[in-house]
Design a protein around this ligand. Structure first.
Ligand SMILES: *[C@@H]1O[C@H](CO)[C@@H](O)[C@H](O)[C@H]1NC(C)=O
Ligand SMILES: *[C@@H]1O[C@H](CO)[C@@H](O)[C@H](O)[C@H]1NC(C)=O
Ligand SMILES: *[C@@H]1O[C@H](CO)[C@@H](O)[C@H](O)[C@H]1NC(C)=O
Ligand SMILES: *[C@@H]1O[C@H](CO)[C@@H](O)[C@H](O)[C@H]1NC(C)=O
Ligand SMILES: *[C@@H]1O[C@H](CO)[C@@H](O)[C@H](O)[C@H]1NC(C)=O
Ligand SMILES: *[C@@H]1O[C@H](CO)[C@@H](O)[C@H](O)[C@H]1NC(C)=O
Ligand SMILES: *[C@@H]1O[C@H](CO)[C@@H](O)[C@H](O)[C@H]1NC(C)=O
Ligand SMILES: *[C@@H]1O[C@H](CO)[C@@H](O)[C@H](O)[C@H]1NC(C)=O
Ligand SMILES: *[C@@H]1O[C@H](CO)[C@@H](O)[C@H](O)[C@H]1NC(C)=O
Ligand SMILES: *[C@@H]1O[C@H](CO)[C@@H](O)[C@H](O)[C@H]1NC(C)=O
Length: 871
């Protein structure tokens, strides 16, 4: 979400230089240029498939009792800053049903006190640990639940991380769809087992911050939202993949994104919402708009949107595409009742699916003030009451946050320098990233600065730190407990002091970072997206200054993603390198755990570290493109992002995807492939039920007028009408214009089922196990340790990546112990998306698996016999 005025200012500041009238070279002659998104109507209605039958029945029973006005209330946000949460819909007082509360973020409860700051998604991805993914989700969900949140606005799997400079990549997990798919599924299960609805976001192709929303730009004028132009195969094999996992795991909500896709605004894109998400993936929950990502009323409803957030057309306009307009559009017959009933039923089905009818804590905090008593409707200065009860919901979560952060710290280089003993004679700690933000850990709104140690990025994907343990304080505790000496220089530019200390110490630990975030805040000229891949604050110079004088220099990187390490990684004086991600509140303790060997590192990189930006593929679009209202962002690289791109172009990375060292060593042996007979893949056929209508509605317009006893509070959004003349009540100069609504958009008759669909996530047979693969992993070192064993698969075709991840497990192994790695290969794992048949097929090409310690350390291999499935 974004404050428009701030954003425009920020854009102006970043891009004050004039725009060259150039066309982005990667975008000039692409077949994807000006791509169109095909229409698909009607919007599929919920049927209670998969394990949604019970929730569906309860939701129908609930919605059946509602009036039209009450149904509209469920679907429409009450306006920006009008209630306690970052978004609330209207309540249903007649049934004692409180206003549903939507709250950021993917790493904790935003805008609240006494909450935890968990490791970011992009950090915990490095643990490759399903148990950590689930536990983090469960604990975050518990905190949201206990603050009275109904929908946690997370996890994020969009951006996926097409380009490492994408500002919000760190909110999600990894540019690999398989790793992200497992991470999102476990996170959704965790959040929802805690009794809170997960909102998986941002659907879809939301891969950069520049131009994600329409706006006026200095020197250029109006630029419409960027259009991510993506082909169908790339959709299925890359960007949609983790959303399918989220839907299969039961995510109750999905948020549609700001950007356009194939030149159609996402929240009214009937192809991506109706056909793909609700049709093919059989999504049973509700689609919610990103904040101000809705751009039409009837059209967005027909295209599958179920809830508008925060409800007003633009923040605090006092008007809505829905609310009053949605009431009118059913009354005037433009929107069929079944579509509104479906939206309301989907919202309530998610509610029951996660058990919110048992866990409905009343919201006990307010996002817009920390005062105990204040206006619940902050913008409207209304409803002065007890808004902040200051309830501490953190339980013992700090323990798992520390464990999780340490388990997510990747050891990239170690010339025997680590682990440290804590008895080094003199320890030097260097870098702004080792210490406190002098403004305090929450001193910059939404973490919009890079001061002190970096433990989360900036924007709406944040929470307030309850405290932040810095690396310096945790290291100092170890050193001083042992009675040794420690010096530190935290100013990266205090060259004299840096050199004086570096020349003396027995070990130097240098902290550097690289930050990014959401585009409504610009930090050091970075409009959300990073401008480069190097360390911030002259981190490379700092490392050089220290390592040129100290032959035992350990580098720790806190970052939102890949950072170029060219200038130092192979220096003989740099004896160890750690990537510590964005570890959250226990940052210092976690890095000290690894540095001093209390935790043996077992994490692996969830992305590739190359030697230049260009190696990763097409650049982000930083400037408008002449001749296009919407910058045309053509995803020409298709499925070849991150390691697939490096493999395809035969580029040797510095540290490859999946790479990470340990204080012990492992060996691999005995691969075995067990075939499981799954039978042939059967496309889903037949017809859906007809769209149900739930209850009736009055045709008497007097029943919809503003209640005489109701006083409007500020720009609060209501479902009522101001006039019995619908044209007047709509406040819409274009009311009743004779649009031709898309063919089929009102058709509630049974519809053909989609062959690749059939259940939440898609055709359930895609999850059939075709093979079970095992291998033996031995710890042949002297310390207990964890190994993340990875299975990669080659699909063998000329358009396929050399290899792609299709299995992993994190195993704890004692010295001299051998354990068995086991993973299933699913039908989905060996299939390609075939555009012509609109289904998954197993190609004729020979398929091979590889098992190893990274995407380039593949120790074992075997063929897969798929002859009976191949066409
Ligand atoms: C871009 O080209 C158009 C048309 O030629 C011109 O009107 C406009 O001033 C140019 N803009 C810039 C920033 O050079
Ligand atoms: C709709 O929601 C508003 C705001 O919560 C509430 O004041 C109103 O009573 C609700 N209307 C109905 C009919 O439930
Ligand atoms: C109805 O929607 C139109 C835009 O389609 C908007 O201009 C108008 O203000 C809305 N009316 C109300 C009452 O919110
Ligand atoms: C809220 O939870 C209570 C206690 O579990 C339950 O009795 C009540 O029905 C729930 N209310 C709603 C509206 O779901
Ligand atoms: C904090 O960061 C801002 C830029 O983000 C910088 O201008 C300022 O000097 C920093 N302040 C301190 C005290 O570190
Ligand atoms: C990259 O960006 C960061 C943050 O704005 C900046 O500190 C650094 O100097 C830049 N690096 C280069 C090589 O320009
Ligand atoms: C490594 O450190 C030593 C001091 O211990 C210094 O003399 C030497 O020049 C350094 N080497 C490099 C490559 O910086
Ligand atoms: C590093 O430098 C110290 C003295 O500064 C020296 O004792 C030690 O042998 C050096 N180590 C290496 C590996 O060069
Ligand atoms: C409709 O009427 C109410 C009550 O008079 C008023 O508060 C509200 O602002 C009006 N709505 C619009 C959209 O003007
Ligand atoms: C019905 O109402 C909607 C919402 O106000 C409006 O956009 C549309 O033009 C109306 N249709 C007709 C036929 O009056």
């Amino acid at each position: 979400m974004q404050r428009l005025a701030q954003a425009l200012l920020a854009i102006g500041l970043v891009q004050a230089q004039s725009y060259p009238n150039t066309t982005n070279p990667t975008n000039s002659s692409s077949p994807l240029n000006d791509a169109q998104s095909p229409p698909f109507y009607p919007s599929p209605w919920i049927e209670g498939t998969g394990d949604w039958a019970e929730a569906y029945a309860k939701a129908q029973a609930f919605v059946r009792q509602l009036t039209l006005i009450e149904k509209v209330n469920l679907t429409t946000g009450t306006g920006w800053q009008s209630d306690n949460c970052v978004g609330n819909v209207g309540e249903i007082p007649r049934l004692g049903f409180k206003a549903l509360c939507m709250q950021d973020s993917p790493l904790g409860v935003r805008f609240a006190d006494y909450v935890s700051a968990f490791p970011a998604g992009g950090s915990v991805a490095a643990s490759w640990d399903r148990g950590e993914f689930y536990r983090r989700g469960y604990e975050m969900g518990s905190e949201h639940r206990d603050k009275g949140v109904d929908v946690q606005l997370g996890p994020a799997v969009g951006p996926l991380g097409r380009n490492p400079k994408g500002g919000r990549n760190w909110e999600g997990f990894s540019p690999d769809p398989y790793l992200t798919g497992h991470a999102v599924a476990e996170t959704v299960r965790g959040i929802q087992d805690a009794g809170v609805i997960a909102c998986t976001k941002h659907y879809i192709y939301n891969e950069q911050e520049h131009f994600r929303q329409p706006g006026n730009f200095e020197d250029f004028g109006f630029v419409d939202a960027i259009s991510s132009n993506v082909d169908d195969k790339t959709l299925h094999e890359l960007y949609l993949w983790p959303f399918a996992d989220a839907v299969r795991a039961g995510t109750g909500a999905i948020m549609c994104s700001y950007n356009k896709a194939n030149n159609s605004q996402l929240c009214q894109n009937s192809y991506l919402q109706n056909y793909i998400l609700k049709g093919e993936l059989g999504f049973q929950g509700f689609i919610m708009s990103d904040w101000q990502a809705q751009h039409s009323g009837v059209s967005s409803a027909q295209a599958g949107l179920d809830m508008t957030m925060p409800g007003d057309t633009v923040f605090n306009s006092g008007f809505s595409y829905w609310g009053t307009n949605l009431t009118i559009s059913v009354l005037n017959g433009t929107l069929p009742q079944w579509r509104l009933d479906d939206a309301a039923t989907r919202i309530m089905a998610a509610y029951y699916y996660v058990g919110r009818d048992r866990d409905n804590v009343t919201t006990n905090f307010n996002s817009w003030t920390r005062d105990t008593y204040s206006y619940r409707n902050y913008y409207g200065k209304a409803d002065y009451e007890l808004v902040n009860q200051h309830i501490d919901v953190r339980a013992e979560h700090f323990r798992s946050i520390r464990t999780s952060a340490a388990k997510s710290t990747v050891l990239l280089k170690n010339n025997g320098a680590l682990p440290l003993t804590g008895h080094e004679k003199w320890t030097g700690v260097f870098g702004n990233d080792a210490g406190e933000n002098l403004y305090g850990p929450n001193g910059c709104a939404d973490r919009g600065c890079d001061n002190g140690t970096l433990a989360m990025g900036w924007g709406s994907g944040t929470s307030d730190f309850p405290y932040l343990i810095t690396p310096l304080e945790a290291i100092k505790r170890v050193v001083t407990d042992n009675g040794r000496a420690l010096g530190s220089v935290l100013d990266n530019y205090a060259y004299a002091q840096i050199q004086a200390l570096a020349a003396q110490v027995s070990v130097a630990i240098v902290f550097v970072n690289a930050d990014s975030g959401e585009g409504y805040i610009t930090v050091d000229g970075n409009f959300g997206d990073r401008n480069n891949l190097t360390a911030w604050g002259s981190g490379d110079a700092l490392i050089k200054n220290v390592s040129s004088l100290c032959n035992n220099t350990i580098v720790v990187i806190h970052s939102v993603g890949p950072v170029l390490v060219n200038s130092f990684y192979d220096s003989e004086n740099v004896t160890a390198i750690l990537w510590a991600g964005l570890p959250g509140q226990e940052s210092g303790n976690a890095i000290a755990d690894v540095l001093y060997g209390r935790v043996n590192p077992g994490a692996k990189l969830p992305f590739t570290i190359g030697t230049s930006e260009e190696e990763y593929g097409p650049d982000l679009i930083y400037e408008p493109i002449a001749g296009h209202d919407s910058p045309q962002d053509n995803f020409e690289e298709g499925i070849f992002i991150d390691y697939r791109a490096f493999d395809k172009k035969n580029i040797t990375p510095v540290y490859e995807f999946g790479f990470g060292l340990s204080y012990t060593t492992f060996s691999y042996s005995n691969v075995s492939v067990q075939k499981v007979n799954a039978g042939p893949y059967v496309p889903t056929t037949g017809l859906t039920t007809a769209a149900p209508t739930l209850g009736n509605f009055s045709r008497d317009l007097n029943d919809y007028q503003w209640p005489s006893d109701l006083t409007r509070e500020g720009t609060f959004i209501y479902p009522y009408l101001n006039s019995t003349n619908l044209t007047e009540a709509s406040f819409d100069p274009q009311y009743g214009l004779n649009y031709s609504w898309p063919a089929g958009s009102s058709d509630g008759s049974p519809q053909a089922r989609i062959a690749a669909g059939g259940a939440p996530g898609g055709n359930p047979q895609l999850w059939d196990v075709l093979f079970t693969v095992t291998a033996s992993i031995t710890n042949n070192g002297t310390l207990p340790g964890d190994e993340v064993v990875q299975l990669y698969l080659s699909l063998g075709g000329p358009e396929d990546p050399a290899i792609q991840l299709r299995g992993f497990d994190r195993l704890s192994i004692q010295p001299n112990e051998t354990v068995t790695f086991t993973t299933d290969i699913l039908r989905r794992d060996v299939s390609n998306w075939e555009v012509e048949s609109q289904n998954w097929v197993i190609s004729k090409y020979p398929k091979k698996i590889y098992i190893g310690a990274s995407s380039r350390k593949l120790y074992l291999e075997a063929d897969l016999d798929l002859s009976e499935y191949q066409s």
